[in-house]
Design a protein around this ligand. Structure first.
Ligand SMILES: Nc1ncnc2c1ncn2[C@@H]1O[C@H](COP(=O)(O)OP(=O)(O)O)[C@@H](O)[C@H]1O
Ligand SMILES: [Mg+2]
Length: 378
């Protein structure tokens, strides 16, 4: 469709002691949150500062919306790129309002417009404008100051915002709050955000696209799901954290997936069983003798069919005795296979006592508890 927001083409940087980046290529798509992540010293800050020309490459080209930034006026360029760093560095003698509007003021925007814009930005970063615009930085908490930093970076309405570990110095609660706000904010304002972090939890949470670096090279880039589902190599696996790759299904035992109220004694009549399944909205029941030995299953539809002619017959005369069942210590994968074709799978112990039954919905519920992304990433 349109060109990329930022493109690195064969970019090399050498501080003197060898290459930090060598023939580095990167494409940052527009209006997405792209996180650049990697161990300390891998070149993240260098990449970011090259985009606003705080650092110049020795070779290669960097394109900003198609223009070679080497040919743009660096001061002008920086005014059109938002920049947020860890120690936000608000001007202590200026009010919050003045801090936010520094760049638009330099650009000569009219006063009324500045005021309106500041109010809008304060609301956008979750601070009540009237309560905050006249305050000074030292009257704000660290988290609030970082919010002002984000507002200031957006003030000149740049299409791209660079953020270098902007939330790293914050307490965990402010940090999580700001991460959430950033995601929300970008749904409203649609900026390209290049976000540097060394924290994989943060990257997984906020990124549309993750670029994982090692020694100045891209090891893998992709969506958080792609990195989680198809890690390119052991470095990615290790960086993301082994525990996230534990196969989720085998952590469950068949025993903790059992649904309740799914069995009935074999001497009960068809009419009783039908009433029971309808009352509990069940698809099927496991049938046992009075000593709880598993005998077979009976389905709701079958019960409805038998009702007319044989409502007084005991279930053991009409139940299915050849339906599949599993042992409680069976691998969950076996259960999974059976559930593809059976609505209910009875679970028994070594002496054929019924332990319970698993349905498609009790299975999904048990798995869902663990797969829930919020829980995995919280
Ligand atoms: N001004 C500099 N002079 C010399 N070496 C530098 C300079 N800035 C960064 N480096 C080196 O370049 C490498 C990458 O640094 P940097 O981009 O800051 O990494 P990161 O942000 O990933 O921690 C590191 O080895 C660092 O020591
Ligand atoms: Mg850095």
């Amino acid at each position: 469709m349109s060109e990329a927001a930022v493109e690195f083409k064969q970019v090399s940087k050498n501080y003197g002691a060898g290459f930090v980046l060598e023939n580095f290529n990167l494409t940052v798509p527009k209006e997405r949150i792209v996180t650049i992540i990697g161990p300390s010293g891998c070149g993240k800050t260098t990449i970011l500062k090259m985009i606003n020309r705080l650092i110049e490459p020795e070779a290669g080209q960097i394109l900003l919306e198609g223009s070679n930034i080497g040919e743009l006026n660096p001061v002008e360029l920086r005014r059109n790129i938002g920049y947020v760093i860890q120690q936000i560095g608000l001007f202590p003698h200026m009010t919050i309002e003045e801090n936010i509007s520094v760049v638009p003021r330099l650009k000569g925007e009219p006063k009324q417009q500045l005021k309106e814009r500041t109010e809008e930005l304060l609301s956008l970063v979750g601070l009540e404008p009237e309560a905050y615009r006249k305050r000074y930085p030292h009257e704000l908490s660290g988290g609030q100051q970082q919010r002002i930093g984000v507002a200031r970076a957006l003030a000149a309405n740049p299409s791209i915002v660079l953020m270098d570990e902007p939330f790293s110095a914050l307490d965990p609660i402010s940090r999580i709050q700001l991460q959430k706000e950033l995601i929300k904010l970008n749904e409203h304002v649609k900026k390209t955000i290049v976000f540097v972090t060394h924290d994989i939890d943060e990257a997984l949470k906020i990124a549309d696209l993750i670029v994982l670096l090692k020694d100045g090279k891209v090891v893998q880039s992709g969506t958080p799901e792609e990195l989680l589902n198809e890690p390119a190599n052991d470095f990615v696996r290790e960086f993301i954290g082994q525990e996230r790759f534990k196969p989720l299904v085998p952590q469950h035992t068949v025993a903790n997936m059992l649904a309740h109220h799914l069995s009935i004694y074999s001497h009960f009549k068809v009419a009783d069983a039908l009433q029971y399944v309808e009352q509990h909205e069940l698809d099927a029941l496991a049938v046992t003798c009075e000593q709880n030995k598993y005998l077979g299953i009976i389905g709701r539809e079958q019960l409805q069919g038998e009702q007319a002619s044989s409502s007084e017959r005991p279930i053991n005369e009409v139940m299915k005795t050849d339906a599949p069942y599993v042992r409680g210590d069976a691998p969950v994968s076996q259960l999974f296979e059976l559930l593809k074709k059976n609505r209910i799978v009875p679970v028994v112990d070594a002496s054929h006592q019924l332990l319970g039954a698993v349905t498609q919905s009790s299975f999904i519920e048990a798995i869902g508890k663990q797969f829930n992304r919020e829980e995995v990433l919280a």
